[in-house]
Write a protein that binds this ligand. Structure first.
Ligand code: CTP
Length: 397
């Protein structure tokens, strides 16, 4: 880590004192830490504290003349291997979501191409407010990694969601992000995402609750790690990730043809899509008008896309997902064996705040030997990184 530079932005929250620990742990790992304090943060912690720990000048004022950097926000934005804002208040989250640049920290963030991590800390009401949630969703959409907040005792004395994540967890995530970049250069990755739509008539379809967020997070993460990514996407409202080749499909049959067409060049196939298992036998050309009290639809099986790729040659690394509501690990392991997979990501879709439609996911990764890695509830962007970590390891073997 000794050649890495992390810009640590500290904003005005009572948790600002914990940022001292973050700075200290990063410095101890040999990382060059450049600290920017917002004006509000200086009321909670002093620049001298950070200067003493990092042995670097601390930036508090955009218009200060005696500076080591010519134009600080540009120089730091370019020098940063990663920017972390910890703690991040509702105010800085709103500013970043809106593209506001009115101090050193916001200017640096706006000018950088480095990955950005934020660790929110605030009162539960502020965190749960729909405006804050909308702003966080916007930052996630722009590939920010968000750590926490966690549930626990708050400055107000109450207990709730809004507490700053443990500094050690923030430092571990930063080190993960710094160390695993660009390990997929030269690799072709084929990813499927979202839930297929099986037409009944020109108006109606059979679908499922998949949002596509997990598959899209995998595509963005693989792209960031240097892979050439092809994303076969069923319908979703998510924006197309930049730098990823997206192939739009509607049905399981279309997804199956797209996978067969692309798979021969893939090093890794990840089937994150929720593929409909059945589709109507007959698609009506005209809208079916309501008439009888009952309408029985006859359905037929769709191709099992993942199972069908078992025999393909050359054979890529094949990773599937198992969406389960019961007997999670047993069912997932059975699917791994039936579809002859290298890894399966077991997904209990009954956990609140996890799985279909959510921004987070709690999964277990199972390999061919039956080894089970159970992960905590994490942002889907982080789950994507953990899945790719395992894929990179398997490719190396
Ligand atoms: N899958 C697929 N083609 C299908 C159905 C599923 O390729 N027709 C893939 C999914 O993308 C996922 C894995 O197979 O990676 C497991 O999907 P899941 O829906 O959990 O299980 P199914 O095999 O469909 O079995 P069941 O619905 O009975 O649980």
């Amino acid at each position: 880590m000794s050649n890495k530079t992390v810009v640590l932005g500290v904003t005005g929250s009572i948790a600002a004192y914990k940022a001292v620990d973050v700075a200290s742990q990063l410095t101890q790992r040999g990382i060059n830490v450049e600290v920017i304090l917002t004006e509000a943060a200086t009321h909670f912690v002093t620049p001298l504290t950070f200067r003493s720990i990092t042995a670097r000048p601390v930036i508090t004022d955009m218009f200060r003349l005696a500076s080591v950097f010519s134009v600080e926000h540009v120089a730091l934005a370019e020098a940063a291997d990663l920017i972390v804002i910890a703690p991040a208040t509702a105010n800085i989250i709103a500013k970043l979501a809106g593209g506001i640049a009115d101090d050193s920290l916001t200017c640096t963030v706006l000018a950088t191409a480095a990955p950005i991590v934020i660790a929110p800390a605030m009162h539960t009401g502020m965190y749960e407010n729909s405006v804050t949630q909308r702003n966080l969703a916007e930052l996630r959409r722009r590939d920010f990694t968000i750590i926490g907040p966690i549930h626990g005792r708050l400055a107000s004395g109450g207990i709730g969601l809004g507490r700053f994540a443990p500094p050690s967890e923030i430092v571990t995530t930063i080190c993960h992000l710094l160390s695993r970049r660009k390990d997929l250069i030269g690799k072709q990755i084929l990813i499927t995402a979202a839930g297929t739509h099986e037409a009944i008539d020109p108006v109606r379809y059979i679908g499922n609750r998949s949002s596509g967020k997990m598959g899209y997070a995998l595509a963005a993460a693989a792209r960031d790690r240097g892979a050439h990514v092809q994303l076969i996407s069923a319908p979703t409202s998510l924006p197309k990730p930049l730098g990823v080749e997206v192939i739009d499909v509607q049905t399981a049959a279309e997804m199956s043809s797209a996978v067969s067409e692309k798979i021969s060049r893939a090093d890794i196939l990840i089937m994150a899509a929720a593929v409909a298992d059945y589709c109507p036998v007959k698609i009506r050309k005209r809208k079916v008008k309501k008439a009888d009290q009952r309408w029985d639809l006859t359905l037929k099986r769709t191709p099992d896309i993942l199972a069908e790729t078992a025999g393909c040659s050359p054979r890529p690394l094949r990773i599937g997902f198992a969406a389960e509501t019961e007997n999670l690990l047993r069912n997932a392991e059975a699917k791994l064996n039936q579809k002859d997979l290298d890894l399966i990501i077991a997904n209990d879709i009954t956990i609140p705040g996890s799985g279909f439609g959510a921004d987070k996911n709690q999964v277990a990764i199972i390999d061919r030997s039956g080894d089970i890695e159970e992960l905590p509830l994490l942002d889907k962007t982080e789950v994507a990184q953990r899945v790719l970590d395992r894929a990179v390891k398997l490719l190396a073997e």
